[in-house]
Structure formats: C-alpha cells, structure tokens
Design a protein around this ligand. Structure first.
Ligand code: COA
Length: 704
C-alpha cells in the first residue's frame, strides 16, 4: 500500500455517500444503487438528513453519526453545500473525497473550488474531481459512480478528463471487445491529476495498460516524470490538437509548433504511445494490455486469403512496420507441409483451403523462428472451416511454440461465427479485430511501445557548458533597458557562450573601427546599418555584402550610413555591423518555444521552402541527449538531403547533432528567461566542415 491517502480514495474499504437521494433515477440514488449492484464488499454508509433507510440500507443523518472509520466519501450535494460537507468529512477523519458535483472551476467558479481545496488540505484529504462521474473498478467490485453496470472486464485502466466520454466508453467496451479493469474520472483535477493516478495504477495488479483521454495536462513536467517511471505501457488520446491558437505566436518556431507537435514531443519524452482517435485507443490499448511489446522490426503475416494479405502488407507499410520476405530457411520449413500453390514469402498465404491442420504448424514454426518479432494472423470466413476452430488453433499454436515474448494479433473477416471466434480469442489473451488494418495497427502500437521504452532506457549525458553567467549577464542588461528582444549581436553572444558556431560579427562606430573588425573576422565580410528606427535594412540601402578588402569596407561604411540617413533623416544610427560572409550550404532552421506546461521544445527542420511551404519540422522536449539530437535529424521528410542526394556530398551530420545538443541545453538552462529563439538560417557544410549559424534571435519571457 502506498503511504499516501490516494490509496484510500482509489481503493476504499468503506464509503459514505453524502447527498444520497431517496428518489429513484436521481444521481444520489444511482450512486447507492450502483455500489450495491456492483456487489462492493466494503462498508457503505448513506448520509441523508431525513431518510432512515434507502435500498434496504440504514441511513445516517450526518457523517459524524457514523460510528466506524470511513476511507472515502462520495459527494453529490449541490455545489454551494460541498465545502460544508467537505468540512464535516474532514472532521470525521475521512481520507478522500470523490466530488461528483459540477459547478466549480469548469464554469468559472474558481473561488468555490479553492474553498473546497483549502478544506481538503486542512484535513489532509485527497480529492478526485470535482465534476467527476466517479470510479469503476472490476477488481474491487466497486462502482462508485452514477453510470452502470461495471465495464466488460479487461486489463486496461482508463483515466478520463471527460466524464461523459467515460460513460460512453464503458458501454462501447462490449462492441470493441475491449474491456477495462478500472475507469477513473478525474474531472477538474483540482487535486488528483493524471500523474497521481498513473503512478498509483503502476502498482495495481489488475492493470496491464494505462489509457488516458486528456484535454489539458496542467503540470507537464510532473506528468513527464510520473509517466517516465511507469513500467506498464501508457497510451494517450489528446483532444484539441488543431492549429487554432498557434497563429498568435510571436516567432517562426512558435507558429510552427502548435499543440499537436508539442504534445507529440511530450508523449515521446514520457514514453507514452499516442492514439489517433477513440477507436484507435480501444484497439491499441487492448493489444498493449494482452501482448508483449514488439522488440524488433520483423513482422510476419499468415493468412488464408491473398487479398487481405496484400491489404495487410499495405497497412504494415503505412503504420511503420513494413513487411520483408521471410528468411529462406523458414520458407523451406513451411514448404515441407504446405501445398505448392501456397506462398511462403510474407505474407504467408495458406490459401482458401487452409484449416487448423495447415494453420497450426505454420503459426508454430513462424512464431518460433528467431527472425520473426511479431505475428498477425488473418482468417477470411468462407463456407468451409469454423472460425472458432481456427481461433482455438491460433491459441494452441502460440502455446505449443513456447514463445511468450513476441506479440500476436488477429483479424477474422466474416459474419457472426467470426465475431464469436474473435470474442473467444480476446477472452484467451489474443487481441482480435474486425479488419486487418486494425490488427496491423495494434501490432504497430506494440512496436512503438518497445521503441519508446528503448529510447527511455538510454540515459545519455546532457550537454553542460558549466556556467550560464555570460548568457545571463547579456539577458540582464537587456532587461535593465526594458527590452524583451535581444539585439542580433546579443543573441549571437548568448549562442556563442554555449559554443554554438555563430557567424562572427561586431559593431563598428567609426571607419577605422570597421576596418579593424573586418580584418579580425577575415574577408569577405557583410555590413549592415544598425538603427532602432530602421527595421527593413535592405529597403534603406543599409546592407552591403561580399566586401573583399579595406577599401571596400571604408566605402561601404559611409554609403550605408548615407543611404540610411537619406531613407529616414530622423533615424538614430548606432553604427555598422560587420559580419562574416558565411558560405552558403544546406540551409536549416533551429528553434525553440517555451511551453508553459512542459518547458522548452526544440525544433529542427530544413530551411527555405521546406519550412515555408512544407512545414517539414520536428520537435522534441529539451534537454536532448546526443542520441536524441541525432534522431531528430532523421525525423524530417527531407532527412535524405543530409546524406547527399543526386551526387551531392554528405553533410556534416555529426556537427549538426552536436549543435542541436548544445542548443537544447542553452534553452533548457535559460528556460526561465527565454520564451522563444531561432537560428535561422544556419548552413550545414560537407562532412568535416561543420555548421554556421548566420542569424540568431532570442525573445525573452515578458512576464518575469
Ligand atoms: N446531507 C446529506 N444529504 C443532503 C444534505 C445534507 N446536508 N442536504 C441535502 N441532501 C440530499 C438531499 O436531500 C437530496 O436527496 P433527496 O433527493 O432525497 O431530497 C440529495 O442530497 C441531493 O440534493 P438535491 O438538492 O436534490 O440535488 P440534485 O440531486 O438535484 O443535484 C448534484 C445534486 C450533485 C447531482 C448536482 O448538483 C450536480 O452537480 N449534477 C451534475 C453532476 C455531474 O454530472 N457530474 C459529473 C460530470 S462529468
């Protein structure tokens, strides 16, 4: 047992119902009815001001008139009365409250919610909700909710921010053949949130997979930490990931980030598998709760129909587990007992005549071959063999193979008999689906699960520059001048303090100065006017590039100043920036946005039209290990450009990964200061030639 009161709330030995109703059909009545119908073995104490008995149970006039200890109280009195009831529960020594009542923070009644939480803290009570449907637990025979009956039993525990959805899922579980161990409604999450319940479910024996429906994750860092510690697979469906909201972002990276990309990065960091929709959540969680993760990439498909075999191979490619031909020795083994017209390549097509006698050895041999990492079994129902017999054959083949660390999923396409067969399979531990694509996608989920776990087990070092003083001093100076945008040169200096390869630059305030700086940087150089009053330097004739010598510098110094003055006579001129002329290379963009819940997310993508038109970028949550930095390079569609296409030489991937590695530490270390940043453009040169960041931009948090 955890030494925390959350345990008494999620697995109570006794429950009081405060707000039980005498009137059938009302929520307060349903709560008691459901607890009784669920055959809860613990003690139940209905509390009502005037009734003496409801549904055959003795009713108490108040919570303090109950003689025994109470672990949890279900509260379903109107919102205004909730704080008073919570206070009475606190005085009685109740350990946790499940607050069914709506009308708190979700409708703007934050004061009422805070009042409830103050009381809960005062008496050390944990709170689920408010605004929840309750808890349903098959393992504990506990239906502390106003929805019924207890769900179809299964090994998935679902945590949902939406109560109505939980109620619907409870009923839909039958049509998906995907049952639940627990359904937990978290509502407004005034106290107990996803992180708490995930951590608790990790020690719950009946839970093999944790599924989440999330609208908002408030304490993102706590979520990542809690999910990262959980050994069971977690799958999440995040609602509200449309582009809306990204438009107002201040920087390029901000506008590319959007909720979907940040959440995907968060789930990856936390080792959480993502569901693409409700059906997908059902399908994948069923497989995750019954089968082992798929540790390698080799998927085998065994079918009795060529058509569904081909469809499955297409789906496998689509879901990221493309099929390959089976090794010759396995094909040879299969040929020993299959007719010559069967195909042994992959998918293995046993053909329409196949019955248990062909399925059994084929499945046994395929699953036990070391090359195979996961198996999908398909059956198209015809007039011949009984699907239930095939289902039993699949189970038998898996048992006889002695293999229990490779996942198997199935799909039977047919009518009622196929339905019966799939029900039998699920009840016997093998996830089965109505269409082959779902069976493949479920296996892809198990593949993703293994990949995420592997990624998380890698505990690489985080880059450290040892000190942040240089960067902080530059930032403090800007803040003392009430600026939240660093100048170009300041941003370059901050980047340089993390050993990032920024193009050299310096400000000249005289012609002599300009020549001196240009010589230090080395020719050729670029020169730009620096004035707070001129935003579009080129339009003002304030930019000269490719200057080759001292004479050119002297000439350019005067001409950019004269042009600027002519363009805007009132402009305040601070000097002329002398910059290294970076050679052009493969153009990329790096960026960061600081998410209020999760901290900084790092972006990488190809520059130019790739980012403008194709938005070909990828995100990860900082800080990154060197390994993760390398992974990012392969995550964009244009990844092949780094390896060199059409005869171009390969680019310096190693230097680029190191740049990402350092950059992620910069934004992570300075997360309290930097809200967004960009390195745009940066150039990647040929192998061994490194990377050059031409332009750096840093925006500071304005609410500090
Ligand atoms: N102690 C104990 N019980 C008390 C009480 C007290 N001091 N004062 C009142 N009650 C009883 C009432 O007598 C009543 O029982 P009765 O029907 O026999 O008279 C019962 O509590 C309920 O009170 P009532 O005023 O009838 O409220 P209600 O049933 O209309 O509504 C809620 C109460 C909580 C259901 C309602 O406010 C609510 O929040 N509904 C939405 C809940 C929801 O959907 N939550 C999940 C969202 S996902």
């Amino acid at each position: 047992m955890l030494g925390d009161n959350i345990h008494f709330l999620l697995q109570p030995r006794s429950i009081a119902i405060v707000g039980v109703s005498t009137k059938p059909g009302k929520i307060g009545y349903l709560l008691l009815e459901n607890i009784l119908q669920g055959e809860y073995p613990g003690k139940v104490y209905p509390i009502h001001p005037s009734a003496s008995e409801i549904l055959g149970l003795k009713v108490y006039p108040s919570i303090h008139s109950v003689p025994e200890e109470i672990d949890a109280a279900l509260i379903s009195v109107p919102a205004k009365m909730v704080p008073q009831m919570a206070e009475e529960c606190g005085k009685k020594g109740v350990k946790g409250l499940i607050v069914i009542t709506s009308g708190f923070g979700e409708v703007g009644e934050h004061d009422l919610e805070n009042q409830l939480m103050d009381i809960a803290h005062q008496y050390n009570m944990r709170v689920l909700g408010p605004n929840v449907v309750g808890i349903l637990s098959n393992g504990d025979r506990l239906n502390a909710s106003f929805i019924a009956p207890l769900p179809l039993p299964g090994k998935v525990s679902m945590i949902s921010q939406s109560g109505a959805l939980l109620a619907a899922l409870n009923l839909a579980s039958h049509s998906y053949r995907a049952g639940f161990e627990k359904l937990i409604s978290v509502g407004n999450m005034a106290d107990i949130d996803f992180a708490d319940v995930i951590g608790w479910l990790n020690q719950d024996e009946g839970t093999h997979c944790i599924a989440l429906y999330a609208e908002e994750i408030k304490d993102g860092k706590r979520f990542i930490e809690a999910a990262g510690k959980v050994s069971k697979p977690i799958i999440a469906l995040k609602a509200g990931v449309s582009k809306h909201g990204a438009a107002a972002a201040a920087s390029h990276t901000g506008s590319l980030a959007g909720t979907a990309k940040v959440y995907s990065a968060v789930f990856e960091k936390a080792g959480v598998i993502q569901a693409t929709g409700l059906g997908n959540l059902f399908n994948r969680s069923l497989a995750l709760s019954l089968q082992a993760p798929m540790k390698g990439d080799h998927l085998a498909i065994v079918t009795n129909g060529g058509g569904v075999g081909v469809l499955s191979a297409d789906a496998a490619e689509h879901f990221g587990v493309p099929v390959q031909f089976m090794p010759e020795d396995l094909q040879e083994e299969l040929r020993q007992f299959l007719p010559p017209f069967a195909s042994t390549k992959n998918p293995v097509d046993l053909t329409g005549m196949a019955g248990p006698d062909w399925y059994l050895p084929s499945l046994r041999k395929t699953l036990s071959h070391p090359w195979v990492d996961g198996l999908v079994v398909l059956f198209t129902e015809g007039a011949g063999h009984d699907p239930v017999e095939i289902a039993k054959t699949i189970r038998r083949a898996v048992d006889e193979s002695g293999v229990n660390n490779k996942p198997v999923t199935a799909s039977f396409i047919g009518g009622d008999r196929s339905e019966k067969a799939m029900k039998w399979l699920v009840e016997h531990g093998i996830p089965a689906y109505n269409v082959p694509e779902e069976a493949i996608d479920a296996l892809a989920g198990l593949h993703e699960c293994a990949k995420l776990k592997k990624g998380m087990a890698f505990s690489g070092e985080i880059y450290s520059n040892g000190k942040t003083e240089t960067a902080l001093a530059i930032i403090q100076k800007a803040r003392s001048e009430n600026r939240t945008v660093l100048s170009e040169i300041e941003a370059h200096q901050v980047f340089a303090s993390y050993q990032l390869p920024v193009a050299q630059m310096n400000l000249a305030t005289s012609e002599e100065d300009a020549v001196k700086i240009a010589r230090e940087i080395n020719y050729p150089v670029a020169m730009k006017i620096v004035s707070p009053d001129i935003l579009h330097k080129s339009d003002a004739g304030g930019v000269k590039v490719n200057i080759q010598d001292d004479v050119g510098v002297r000439e350019a110094y005067h001409s950019v100043i004269e042009n600027a003055k002519a363009y805007k006579p009132s402009a305040r001129i601070q000097g002329v920036m002398i910059q290294e002329m970076a050679q052009s290379g493969l153009e990329i963009i790096l960026g960061s946005v600081n998410d209020p819940a999760f901290g900084p997310a790092i972006m990488f993508g190809m520059g130019g039209i790739f980012v403008e038109v194709l938005r070909d970028v990828t995100f990860k949550i900082a800080p990154l290990t060197l390994e993760q930095s390398n992974q990012m390079l392969d995550e964009i569609r244009g990844a092949a450009l780094l390896d060199g296409v059409r005869g171009e030489a390969p680019r310096d991937r190693q230097a680029l990964a190191e740049v990402l590695f350092r950059y992620s530490s910069l934004v992570y270390d300075l997360a309290e200061e930097i809200s967004e940043s960009d390195a745009n453009p940066a150039f990647v040169y040929e192998e061994g030639q490194g990377v050059r960041i031409v332009d750096a931009r840093i925006l500071l948090n304005s609410n500090k």
